[in-house]
Design a protein around this ligand. Sequence first.
Ligand code: ADP
Ligand code: MG
Length: 665
Amino acid sequence: DFARSKSLSQQRQYLPIYTVRDDLLQVVRENQVVVVVGETGSGKTTQLTQYLHEDGYTTTGVVGCTQPRRVAAMSVAKRVSEEMETELGDKVGYAIRFEDVTCSSTIIKYMTDGVLLRETLKDADLDKYRVIVMDEAHERSLNTDVLFGILKKVVARRRDFKLIVTSATLNADKFSKFFGGVPVFNIPGRTFPVNILFSKTPCEDYVEAAVKQAMTIHITSGPGDILIFMTGQEEIEATCYALAERMEQLISSSTKNVPKLSILPIYSQLPADLQAKIFQKAEEGTRKCIVATNIAETSLTVDGIFYVIDTGYGKMKVYNPRMGMDALQVFPCSRAAADQRAGRAGRTGPGTCYRLFTESAYQNEMLPNPVPEIQRTNLGNVVLLLKSLKVENLLDFDFMDPPPQENILNSMYQLWVLGALNNVGGLTEIGWKMVEFPLDPTLAKMLLMGEKLDCLDEVLTIVSMLSVPSVFFRPKDRAEESDAAREKFFVPESDHLTLLNVYLQWKSNQYRGDWCNDHFLHVKGLRKAREVRSQLLDILKALKIPLTSCHMEWDVVRKAICSAYFHNSARLKGIGEYVNCRNGMPCHLHPSSALYGLGYTPDYVVYHELVLTTKEYMQCVSAVDPQWLAELGPMFFSVKDTDTSLLDHKKRQKEEKTAMEEEME
Ligand code: ADP
Ligand code: MG
C-alpha cells in the first residue's frame, strides 16, 4: 500500500540510502573513487544519480550510470524520470544497443555497460561525463570488467572525473583494492529475517516443484507476493502456464472463494510494457506471483515480496571448448546468489524462502561466488575493442581477474579466421571496420562481405533481422496455422534468406501491422529490425560504404552469409543430422528450419548458432557450396610465412584446412 498512499518524494525519503545521503555526498566530494555497498532495494541505482545531480555535478557534465542488463537500464531510467517529474528521454534518459533515448539536455543517463564501453572508442577520456556510477559491479559482467580497466585510466588522466562503484554484496574490498585502496561506503541495511527452508531430497522437476510450492503458499499462507526464480524464458512460460492451469482447476472445483493470483513473467526479451507490470500494485485481494530469471536477484527490486521460491539454478553464457563457441547453459547458482535471492523475501517484512535444493547441495555443490563472465566466455568483441584502443598485448591489460590465456588465444584465433586480425595479431583493415559496428564479429564480417560482394542491401537486412528476437509468432493453441504461415515465407535451403524474404514482403506491404498479424509475425520485432537497419545504415554511410544490391541474386547473398560462419559450417552425416566440419560435433536441423522437410538435405550448411535443448540444434541455417568454404576460409586472407607469433594458430589452421579438404573430396 506504501506505493499507493505515499507520494514519490515521500517514498524517496523512506529508502535506507536517504539516511546517509549527506555523509555519502561528503565522501564523494573528498574522493575521486568510492565504492558503495548496500542491500538490494536500498536505493543505490535510483537515488545516487539524483543525489549527485542535487549536489551540482550535472552543471559541468553528465552523470552516467551503467547497468549490466538492458531491462534494468530502461526500467530504472523510467522510474527516475518519474521521480524527477520529467519526461523520459529529456533530463533523464537511457541508452541500450540500438536504442538511444537521450537528448542534448540529458543530465542523468542510464546505459548498459556495453554502450559506455563503445563510447570509449569515440572518446577515450569520456569527457562529457562528470561522474560515472558503475552499478551492479558484483555481477562481474564481461563489459563491466573491461570498463574497470579502462575507467581506472580515465581516473588517472582526469582529475575532475569521479567514479562510483556500487555492489550489492559485501566482497567489495576487491573493488577498493583495484583502485588502490579507495573508501568503501556502507549503506546500513533495513532487512527483516528470512526463514530458509531447504528441500529434503533433490528435486527432479523444478518447474513442477515450484508450481506446487506456489500453489500451497497461495492457498494456505497469509498475504504477501511470491517471487519464483527460474532459469530462462521457456521455463518461465511453462511455469506461468502451469500456474494458470492449476488456478483454473482450483476455481472450477472449489466451492469456496479462491483468492485471485496475478501471474507475471519477467525476462529480458519480454516486451517493455509487460515488464513494467511487475512493479504495478495488484488489485485488492489479489496476490502477485512473479516468475523471473536472475534479473530479479539484484538488478530489479520489487516491493511486497514475502515468499521466494528458488530453484537454485541460473543460465550462464559459457565458452564450450567442444563446440568452440559460447552457449547458454543451466548451472547451479552460487551460494552468494542463493543468499541474494532469499534476501528478496525480507524487504518489506519477515519472509520465507523455499529452496528447491538440499542443504547439502548448498554446502557442497554450490560455488561460494559466481565465476566472472570474463573468465568463461568468448572474448571476440573485447579483443577487437581493446586492439582498437591500442592495447597491443592483451595479457598486459589491467584486468581485475585476467581471463585465462586460452580464452584470449581462442578468441584471437576466431578473429583471425574471420580476417579481422593479421598474422601478428594486429587489426586488419577489415578488423578496423568491424570495430565500428555494435555487432558480434560474425555479423560485422557478414556486412563487410556484403560490401565486397556487392549485396550489402540484402545482407544488411539479414543482419538486422538476426539482431532482434525471432519475428515468428507461434501461439501454442494455433501452432499448425502459424507453422503454415511461416512456411509460405521459406526460401528453399536458407533460413537467412527466409528472414530477408519476410522483411521484403513486409516492406512491400507498407510495413503494416495488420499484415504482420495476418501472417503470424511479431510487428514489434519487425519494427525493431527496421530501426536496427537504419542505425547500421547510418554507420555504413559514415564509413562511406555504398549500399549496393545484387537484386536478390540468392547465391551471391548466400556467399556473403557463408563467409561469416566459417566456424559454424557442418556437413551431412545422416537424415537431418550434421557434424561440425571443424570439430565433428553433432548438430541437428530444427523442425522449424526452411531446410527441414525439403525432401532432401544439402551436403553442406552454415548456421548462426547452436541451441542446446534436448539436442544440439542449429539455429538459422543456410545451405552452402563447399567450394565457398575453402575459398572464403582464412586462406583467403593471405598468410605470410614470415610471421611467427601466430605460428601455432597457423599450424592448427593448416591441419583444419587439410581435414576440410579431405572431407570435401
Ligand atoms: P538498489 O539499486 O539499491 O537495489 P533501487 O534504487 O533500484 O535500489 O530501488 C529502490 C526502490 O525504488 C525500490 O525498493 C522500489 O521501491 C523502487 N523502484 C525501483 N525501480 C522501480 C520501478 N521501475 N518501478 C517502481 N518502483 C521502483
Ligand atoms: Mg540497483
